[in-house]
Ligand binder design. Structure first.
Ligand SMILES: Cc1cc2nc3c(=O)[nH]c(=O)nc-3n(C[C@H](O)[C@H](O)[C@H](O)COP(=O)(O)O)c2cc1C
Length: 200
């Protein structure tokens, strides 16, 4: 691979941040399609192609945001206090304020190992989507709070053999966040000598 291409990947990785405030501009459909085409290049054992995408814009997006607000309200003792009202409004705004939402779902498999690998592959596809969005100058946010809400499954029309891995919020950024400066050193072990004899 040419060095210039490799740098683009490293830059997108470094620049991707969770951003929850967006301008009101719509995202062209072809651009979202490009992100999804990047997503489906993810590695996938046995080529089960487990990922599915449901793209919501306009009133469909606002409806999911209203469901998320309902889910959060159901867990509150009193929804009428000013604090609760602010929290509920913020919950709604976080989703409805995105230009588009992409629900990323994974197909279940009867084999337990393939089932978990399907989830991993779909998470890898989700990260591809986030990095492609970053490279395209879009803000993104991986949310999962609504994943276990039965009403959300019904709203999205999900078949029984699919589960939600992520709801990705997309939009043109209304703020910038600095790139992270994290290194892997403290999380890594290097082993050069065989730690025990192994029979061939
Ligand atoms: C599986 C997964 C689920 C997440 N769910 C949520 C969520 O429900 N709400 C939220 O605010 N952030 C969620 N996030 C985003 C993380 O909070 C975010 O990545 C983290 O704060 C680090 O910030 P960064 O993405 O800017 O590096 C999720 C991230 C992952 C990988």
């Amino acid at each position: 691979m040419a060095a210039a291409q490799a740098m683009e990947v490293y830059q997108a990785i470094a620049r991707r941040r969770t951003i929850k405030k967006y301008r009101t501009d719509a995202i062209p459909r072809e651009l979202i399609e490009r992100l999804l085409d990047a997503a489906v290049q993810a590695p996938n054992h046995f080529q089960t192609l487990p990922w599915r995408f449901t793209v919501l814009t306009g009133a469909a997006k606002d409806g999911l945001a209203a469901l998320r607000r309902q889910q959060v309200a159901e867990r509150m003792d009193d929804t009428t206090t000013p604090g609760a009202q602010t929290k509920l409004e913020e919950t709604y705004r976080k989703m409805a304020g995105a230009a588009a939402l992409v629900a990323v779902t994974a197909k279940h498999n009867a084999d337990p190992l393939i089932d978990v690998e399907n989830s991993y592959a779909t998470a890898a596809a989700t990260q591809n989507l986030l990095l492609a969005a970053t490279a395209e100058g879009l803000a993104s946010y991986w949310s999962s709070g609504i994943a276990t809400y039965p009403q959300a499954r019904a709203y999205l029309g999900l078949p029984d053999d699919e589960h939600i891995i992520a709801v990705i919020h997309l939009g043109y950024p209304a703020l910038e966040l600095p790139a992270r400066r994290r290194t892997a050193r403290e999380f890594t072990r290097w082993i050069d000598e065989a730690p025990m004899p192994v029979r061939a």
